[in-house]
Design a protein around this ligand. Structure first.
Ligand code: PMP
Ligand code: GLN
Length: 386
């Protein structure tokens, strides 16, 4: 008896495809998670925190003070953003909880939210949970450029805009010109702006520019991030948001009734990691960039048309050139045909027809795993075309 608000969302595509990978033994280039652990030093810090005896109970609702301070300091050091470590930061159970608490804590039923499609699936579900509705602005293959006219047309009367860069699933890193255009629209229409920057340290071409750094934006922007992608600990679920205290207060008001607070030793370890973020993320960025190049070359060799991503974990291939008309069916058959799991990009579109022949492949994997997946796709050849 699932509530009607949630019924349209079913089971997430990530769960479906990872279950398919587990059942068939296929290589999982579907769900975005690294297949190597993050830095051992950060893992060791969890144990130290646990054994210290101070970190095994609930954390303060905002998050452990050293993590709140490290987040504020990270925003200052990397982006020149001034954030209050007490009232301007909220630690959450992953970016996913930050997104949910943002929608539940800041939106009124009936509010409208501008969302760029394709989008990370939890945006739509949590907007619906809040009783709000979405207005879509579409990124189209092969370049997935942001249509600023369409954005301006969608904005009047809306309450919030959600932006994600580096972007899942396209890998776009929005340019300064695009972000300037977004900022103009947000200021003109007085939108609350929520930016999902979980891939902030994984920009390979172009620079990651937080929207909050643009003129007029700091006072209206809630910035969400997470330890998942920056340090390769997706299972730890340590996320956060930062921004003006009046926005953070709404998030906190909702978050206290979602999970209250916890993951205390993980929070302590992430505080240490963030304080030294660049040392940890620089080698990771190089490794994932190499994975991108390896995968994209391999997919091209397998005859797929690939949009080379500028950031993040994922590359999209258009399988229309192979004669495929429905990538969802193609992806469902791929594990048996080729021993590889990938995700149909249409799952991220509110208008699935736009991404009908696109397939998302994750490249946050070891080189030998990417090579084996590409070999399997090549070997399956026409059979994989289906
Ligand atoms: N936003 C985007 C764009 C993501 O790709 C993900 C998941 N990887 C999340 C949010 C959720 O992050 P977390 O695992 O920290 O909840
Ligand atoms: N963000 C990851 C992806 O896009 C998955 C997260 C999840 O499974 N919810 O693959």
């Amino acid at each position: 008896m699932t509530a009607s608000r949630l019924r349209p969302f079913g089971t997430t595509i990530f769960s479906e495809m990872s279950a398919l990978a587990a059942r068939t033994g296929a290589i999982n280039l579907g769900q975005g998670f690294p297949d190597t652990d993050g830095p051992a030093q950060i893992m060791a810090a969890v144990e130290t925190a646990m054994r210290g005896g101070q970190a095994n109970q609930y954390a303060p609702i905002a998050g452990v003070p050293e993590l709140c301070a490290a987040i504020a300091e990270h925003q200052r050091r990397h982006y020149g953003l001034e954030v209050d470590p007490h009232d301007g930061v909220q630690v959450t159970f992953g970016a996913t909880e930050a997104i949910a608490a943002t929608m539940l804590g800041l939106l009124e039923p009936g509010d409208e939210v501008v969302v760029i499609e394709p989008f990370y699936d939890s945006y739509a579900a949590t907007i619906a949970l809040a009783g709000a509705t979405r207005r879509l602005v579409t990124l189209r293959p092969p370049d997935f450029a942001l249509d600023l006219d369409a954005l301006a047309a969608a904005a009047p009367g809306a309450r919030m805009l959600v932006l994600n860069s580096p972007h899942n699933p396209t890998g776009r890193v929005l340019t300064r010109d695009e972000l300037d255009g977004v900022a103009r629209v947000c200021v003109e229409h007085d939108l609350v702006t929520v930016t999902d920057e979980v891939y902030e340290h994984l920009a390979y071409d172009g620079e990651h520019i937080p929207l909050a750094t643009l003129p007029g934006m700091a006072q209206r922007t809630l910035t969400i991030s997470s330890a998942a992608k920056s340090f390769s600990f997706t299972g730890w679920k340590v996320g956060w948001c930062s921004g003006p205290p009046q926005l953070v207060a709404g998030v906190r008001a909702a978050k206290q009734f979602l999970s209250y607070s916890g993951g205390t030793p993980l929070q302590v370890a992430v505080a240490g990691a963030l304080a030294d973020a660049e040392r940890h993320v620089a080698p990771l960025r190089e490794a994932v960039r190499a994975g991108r190049d390896r995968l994209c070359e391999g997919l091209l060799a397998a005859g797929l048309h690939v949009s080379v991503p500028q950031g993040g974990y994922f590359a999209n291939a258009d399988v229309a050139a192979l004669g495929v008309t429905d990538a969802r069916e193609w992806c469902r058959a791929l594990p048996d045909r080729a021993g590889v799991v990938a995700i149909p990009t249409s799952a991220f579109y509110g208008h699935p027809e736009v991404g009908r022949t696109l397939v998302r492949f994750a490249f946050c994997k070891r080189p030998e795993v990417i090579d084996e997946a590409v070999d399997r796709l090549l070997r399956a050849g026409a059979a994989a075309v289906g």
